[in-house]
Design a binder for this molecule. Sequence first.
Ligand SMILES: [Zn+2]
Length: 111
Amino acid sequence: MNAAIATVTCAGCHESVSPSESFFSAYGEVCGTCHAKVEIAEMAMRARAEQENSGSFEGGLVNGGSIVGLLTMLAAVVWFVAGMAAGVVFFYPPILFMVGLFGFIKGLVSR
Ligand SMILES: [Zn+2]
């Protein structure tokens, strides 16, 4: 059945995925799940670096964690709605939204 459909082998989990469901990453072409993992790992690293930068500089005046979380949720919603408008349902934005929500709550709690 799928003989006519070319597939891409994910560089992360080695699953065969259709080219429309694959993403380019630092590790090569990966499936959506592995791409999300890579993105979350990179985002966590970036958030940690930002936290270290603002920690001593802005002190307790600006809660960087919750603001970053809020922006992440906003970006996820915009991305998801834009995808829906184009007739594509992305499954990564909801993950991104949860990450943003977690960061937002964590930022509020760790004030
Ligand atoms: Zn994969």
